[in-house]
Design a protein around this ligand. Structure first.
Ligand code: SF4
Ligand code: SF4
Length: 170
């Protein structure tokens, strides 16, 4: 049997060697930089991601009802550079390995992720604040920082609490 026939026979028996995408899902490498995921619980609305974003894909704006800050990332403007994830001080942004970013032209303004970073009341004076994430409090004030409730205080009350303790950092 000729080599050519052998190849045909082998292919007929083994079936296609490529993935039938888009009819079957194609696995992506774990470290592929794909669609952004934002965790509003960890976000402190510092706007660092908006500042460093190479594609101008991120916007943070106070919500109309003043209950928090709207975080929006437009997937079609994102260049998957990873700067937002790298510079986020609280690890609130993560680039997933989801590469499904094809969309219709008319959907370009709705192809985005929107989350709300909610304001809370300061545990001392009641002023509305974006609470600090425990990760950030630990980074700045050490492991017992969150035990003192610093993450739920406004800047002024946090300063007072730190003066009282003899530790002044913000
Ligand atoms: S996602 Fe990170 S960098 Fe962006 S505003 Fe929130 S805390 Fe700051
Ligand atoms: S990966 Fe780069 S372009 Fe995409 S949102 Fe983050 S900073 Fe912007």
């Amino acid at each position: 049997m000729s080599t050519f026939l052998k190849v045909i026979l082998r292919n007929v028996i083994k079936g296609p060697s490529t993935i039938k995408y888009p009819f079957a899902d194609s696995p992506a490498p774990e470290k592929l930089r794909g669609k952004i995921q934002h965790n509003p619980e960890a976000c402190v609305a510092c706007r660092m991601c908006e500042y460093v974003c190479a594609g101008g894909a991120i916007r943070l704006q106070e919500s109309d009802d003043k209950k928090g800050v709207n975080f929006v990332v437009w997937h079609n403007s994102c260049t998957f550079c990873g700067l937002c994830e790298f510079y986020c001080p609280t690890k609130a942004i993560h680039l997933t390995n989801d590469y499904h970013t094809a969309h219709l032209q008319e959907d370009k303004y709705s192809f985005c992720e929107k989350t709300l970073v909610r304001k809370q009341r300061c545990s001392c004076c009641g002023e509305p604040i974006i609470p600090l994430s425990p990760t950030l409090v630990e980074k700045v004030y050490g492991k017992d920082g969150d035990e003192k409730g610093l993450s739920r205080m406004c800047r002024k009350c946090r300063r007072k609490a730190l003066w009282k303790d003899g530790v002044f950092k913000l």
